[in-house]
Design a protein around this ligand. Structure first.
Ligand code: HEC
Length: 263
């Protein structure tokens, strides 16, 4: 089905929005919001957070998400940010992987074997993201912007956002750079503008109604690169982190309202 959407997207290029469609979409969102099992993902994520795993057989409860070891409350609202122990900027999923490797002693290959799940079974990263992000609900989003590495990640993300590449010579801005663009039912938000980035970046990760599965920003980056006919970026790569940093900093100041519902 995703393929069909892409094909249509490319064939038809991108259609113009109609106010009528928008209100249908909003209605759809309201209806589905009530029945989505987001809390179940959060609960499963909390269980996983506390479950001893890996060669060291320890849980992630001492994982430092930026607010000190074990502090989950409010941590997501401050990501992405620079971590001196890893000497790089990390988003939530990248940091979770770091904790799996350092605290639990797991290898990268094993830990990232299944980073994106499906309707039947979510991945560890999806469940953990649901739990951690849920602990920032209602808090202002303040990703790191002061450290030179944070500034560099933002700049790299901005460059990547507008960089055209691949067989179709697409950049992110080809789809997300003009107001009123749509692919079928999907709005194509102008993600480099605060007014669009705020309401959307403040609702990730999310429950995706169309596939009945829980999705994360790392998944979104993968899927959009795929739509650009580009190779999939590495999970937690500097590329994905830079793009997520760019869009999150653009949305800075928004109140975090996730995990939420996406179409
Ligand atoms: C070929 C068109 C296309 C390109 C190019 C593209 N995207 Fe997307 N993007 C989409 C579609 C379609 C959606 C889904 C919208 C929906 O589900 O309603 C989307 C959704 C998103 C979202 C989620 C918005 C929300 O609902 O919260 C983000 C973030 C995003 N894209 C970022 C990017 C980035 C970063 C790039 C460049 C690496 C990119 N996109 C390139 C088509 C594209």
């Amino acid at each position: 089905m995703r393929r069909a959407i892409c094909g249509a997207a490319l064939a038809l290029s991108v259609a113009t929005a109609f106010a009528q469609q928008r209100s249908t979409y909003e209605e759809y969102q309201r209806m589905t919001a009530e029945s989505a099992p987001i809390e179940l993902y959060e609960m499963a994520g909390e269980e996983l957070w506390k479950k001893p795993q890996g060669p060291k057989n320890v849980s992630l409860e001492r994982c430092d998400l930026g607010m000190g070891p074990g502090v989950v409350k409010g941590a997501y609202a401050r990501l992405p940010r620079y971590f001196s122990d890893a000497d790089r900027v990390m988003d939530l999923e990248t940091r979770l992987l770091h904790c799996m490797m350092t605290l639990q002693g797991r290898g990268r290959a094993e830990a990232t074997k299944r980073v994106f799940g499906n309707a039947d079974r979510s991945s560890e990263f999806e469940l953990l993201s649901a739990y951690v992000a849920g602990q920032s609900n209602g808090m202002p989003m303040r990703p790191g912007t002061d450290h030179p590495r944070e500034k560099a990640a933002f700049e790299l993300g901005r460059k990547l956002f507008f960089h055209r590449a691949g067989a179709w010579d697409f950049s992110c801005a080809s789809c997300h750079g003009e107001e009123g663009k749509r692919i079928r039912m999907s709005d194509l938000p102008v993600l480099y503008k605060a007014e669009y980035a705020r309401p959307l970046m403040s609702t990730w990760p999310a429950y995706r109604v169309s596939t009945s599965s829980f999705i994360t920003l790392q998944w979104r980056m993968n899927d959009c690169y795929r739509q650009m006919r580009m190779p999939e970026p590495g999970f937690g790569s500097d590329t994905t982190v830079a793009l997520i940093t760019f869009m999150t900093v653009t949305a800075e100041g928004a109140t975090y309202r996730g995990p939420a519902i996406k179409r």
